[in-house]
Design a protein around this ligand. Structure first.
Ligand SMILES: [Zn+2]
Ligand SMILES: [Zn+2]
Length: 248
């Protein structure tokens, strides 16, 4: 067998029959392409979450401290996993390792999280990258996820009605906390086709939700253009730190 053909076959094989985390061969090609030992180790987000941002809660509250103290433009955010361990590794492999084949299984996990919450949407809009950033990376990871999600839910995928016009610094590189991150995002998105947004429940798709500054700015822009609701769906979300047990 020539090497080109073998390479092609092995990629095909990895895509369908191996665990996307450890590479172990799966007994059957499942929708998530995760073996049980790997899935068990992932930090699955269960029922006890903030009703707004979907992050795990450690106190008897309905909303996390962030959502209690800050304005959120999106109506709801959901993610199947906390941004830790293998879930964080998968996000990095998709985005920086350019392992695009991961998008299928990751998007299936996201789709099922949305269905579980019984949330309906009208249109899928992946968080856009600036054209400069997209050119550098060669692809937009949110677009890869959004495409599979839109397909699975039989919803239109809208890649043209919102553009990112401002290149923003990576949030992690900013000092000055929340205010600085929000300032940095101001005016980052522009709706180019209001008619496509007006009156619709938008499912905004991204790989990860951290501070929520990006999703907040995008949602605000969509709402100003007449979106009825914005639901944010990401593969992973950072979690609040559990409180320190006093007396220990
Ligand atoms: Zn595995
Ligand atoms: Zn919250």
């Amino acid at each position: 067998m020539n090497t080109k053909l073998r390479g092609w076959l092995s990629r095909l094989f990895v895509k369908d029959y191996n665990c996307i985390v450890c590479g172990r061969e799966l007994a059957a090609p499942g929708r998530y392409r995760l073996c049980s030992p790997c899935y068990v180790l992932m930090e699955v987000i269960g029922e006890r979450t903030c009703l707004k941002c979907g992050k795990m809660l450690f106190a008897e509250e309905q909303y996390c401290l962030d959502c209690q103290n800050n304005e959120r433009s999106f109506d709801r955010a959901l993610a199947p996993f906390a941004y830790s361990g293998s879930a964080a590794t998968l996000v990095r492999r998709l985005k920086f390792g350019r392992q695009r084949y991961l998008a299928d299984a990751m998007a299936n996990l996201m789709t099922d999280k949305l269905l579980e919450a019984e949330i309906l949407a009208d249109v899928v809009i992946p968080v856009p990258l600036s054209s400069q950033r997209q050119k550098e990376r060669g692809f937009n990871q949110s677009e890869l996820l959004g495409e599979v999600i839109a397909n699975g839910l039989n919803l239109p995928l809208d890649l043209t009605s919102v553009r990112r016009v401002k290149d923003t610094l990576a949030s992690s590189g900013l000092t000055g906390g929340r205010r600085a991150r929000e300032e940095n995002m101001k005016g980052a998105f522009v709706v180019t086709d209001k008619a496509a947004i007006k009156g619709n429940v938008v499912l905004a798709v991204d790989d990860v939700l951290t501070t929520g500054a990006t999703m907040n700015e995008l949602s605000e822009t969509l709402k100003k253009a007449g979106a009825k609701k914005v639901v944010a769906l990401t593969f992973a979300t950072t979690s609040e730190k559990p409180p320190i047990q006093e007396g220990y």
